[in-house]
Design a protein around this ligand. Structure first.
Ligand SMILES: [Zn+2]
Length: 498
């Protein structure tokens, strides 16, 4: 037996000014191809690793054309996407018994398609109409009819923060292997509700997302091959953005459809809870200040609108500006991406006093905002290569590359400034730059979910600080044009009927 196994993952924020080139895929220097794709994923917790394990247990010949993963950002470069598709399509054209794809489900490609995954799957179906295809998807997938029509089994993550990529791969892969051996006949059902659920409200440990995931698990327990509730990714101006459900039954289409409907009904009943309601920034900072006075800190200042894991710039300065205005001290900020400021601090050297403009170098035309740098004076406290290995619970052992990194110490704040985007998903973003986050009064993190397993345990409180950015949960900032309407909460649904 011969299997084609590949990964192509990108969550596209169509409002993001951050470019997504070929080089953006992969830790350093682009995606992994051929044998390198195997090496990059084997033994990790990503879905592709599960596909590899399943294939090896079968003694199958394995072809791995591609492992490509990029941070969320703007639409993917069309030529990079063409090459990805070509490599996977060529491998399938050469003949195989099954295809296993580790996809995201929210990839938008500039000048090509709003449905990167569906378009790829359609092409593969054309090449190999009878070859079974297994697909794993991220919980934030914006599922389309084209995706579902052109593969045999879909299973998605059931956790956010995502810690079960491997299990999703195992589930989708096992179903297709079962089909290959004639043991099961997977049939899928899918559907969506007109609901733009916010990622901030998709924590799978809390209601309402937990209710949807519990219902999916219950459906699997009662005999379905797979059931996934997808929260969807909302900073995407495409027709199908939003919450959806995919179920896989063994031969019984009706059973799949019933389970799908049950889970969608639960989501719709909880629609108000899927919406985040914040407070003005000034008020949030004042509240954080009081919390630090009472507890000594650290208090987390969560600048979720500038979260790079949602495709944001990671360089806006609104929250720090307001914190300094209100006289907060003992702040560690990190990371802020600003290659220009890093260069200037390296030139000045460790110990040098500098005055420079930090952050705000990137305009955000899709939300009609100009970048606003913050002029700061301070001492260059450290310069590093920005590399560290994750010690925290998520992505443990992974090597991370922030690019060249410098710390600016203004007295009130120590700011970790980096060349590359990096979610504060590990204390390494601070410790690698010589800062002990547990000893600060405030930690300003451009994060909405991944900070939790790492920073919540050392924090005395957390405050969501609403600022401006392409990762905002304030829908009034975004001009949705392609999104299907009506959709909640942008439109009213009198009587709650959809
Ligand atoms: Zn996700």
């Amino acid at each position: 037996m011969k299997f084609v196994i590949a990964q192509m993952q990108h969550e596209t924020n169509t409002f993001s000014p951050v470019p997504t080139t070929w080089e953006a895929f992969g830790g350093k220097g682009g995606p992994a191809l051929g044998r390198a794709a195997y090496e990059a994923t084997k033994g990790t917790r990503v879905p592709m690793a599960a596909f590899l394990d399943l294939a090896e247990a079968q003694g199958a010949e394995i072809v791995t054309p591609l492992a490509a993963w990029a941070n969320p950002s703007g639409p993917v470069d069309g030529r990079a996407y063409d090459r990805f598709c070509e490599m996977i399509a060529d491998a399938v054209s050469n003949g195989c018994d099954a295809v296993f794809l580790d996809l995201h489900g929210a990839m938008v490609v500039a000048e090509r398609t709003d449905d990167g995954e569906g378009t790829l799957l359609e092409k593969l179906r054309e090449i190999a109409p009878r070859t079974p295809i297994a697909v794993s998807l991220d919980l934030h997938a914006n599922v389309t009819d084209r995706m579902v029509r052109n593969c045999d089994a879909i299973a998605g993550y059931k956790t956010y923060p995502h810690v079960d990529g491997y299990e999703a791969g195992q589930l989708a892969g096992s179903i297709v292997l079962g089909a290959l051996h004639g043991k099961v006949k997977p049939v899928m059902a899918w559907g969506n509700v007109p609901l733009l659920a916010q990622t901030l409200r998709q924590n799978t440990d809390e209601s309402p997302m937990k209710d949807c995931v519990d219902a999916a698990r219950a459906a699997e327990k009662s005999g379905l091959l797979a059931a996934t509730a997808f929260g969807g990714f909302q900073m995407a101006d495409i027709h199908d953005a939003g919450l959806s459900v995919v179920t896989v039954a063994d031969g019984d289409k009706r059973q799949a459809e019933d389970a799908c409907k049950t889970i969608l009904d639960i989501a719709w009943r909880h629609k108000e809870q899927f919406i985040y309601r914040g407070e003005p920034l000034e008020q949030a900072i004042a509240r954080a200040k009081r919390a630090a006075d009472e507890t000594g800190g650290p208090i987390l200042l969560l600048d979720h609108a500038d979260n790079c894991a949602s495709g944001a710039n990671q360089d806006t300065m609104y929250v720090l500006k307001e914190a300094l205005r209100q006289g907060l001290t003992g702040i560690a900020v990190g990371p802020v991406r600003d290659p220009e400021a890093v260069g200037k601090m390296i030139e000045a050297g460790v110990g040098a006093s500098v005055t420079l403009k930090v952050g705000g170098k990137m305009d955000m035309p899709a939300i009609k905002l100009k970048g606003e740098p913050l002029e700061l004076s301070g001492v260059v406290r450290a310069i590093t290569d920005g590399e560290y290995t994750i010690t925290g619970p998520q992505f443990q052992g992974m090597r991370c590359y922030m690019g060249r990194t410098a710390v600016l110490d203004t007295g009130a704040a120590e700011i970790v400034v980096t060349e590359r985007n990096q979610e504060p998903w590990d204390r390494g973003v601070f410790t690698s730059a010589g800062i002990d986050p547990s000893r600060k009064r405030f930690l300003l993190l451009k994060s909405r979910m991944y900070f939790r397993p790492v920073f919540a345990p050392i924090a005395k409180g957390m405050v969501f600080c609403d600022s401006l950015g392409v990762g905002s949960s304030d829908w009034t900032l975004f001009d949705f044009r392609k999104l299907r309407r009506p959709i909640y909460p942008l439109d009213e649904f009198p009587g709650g009927h959809r």
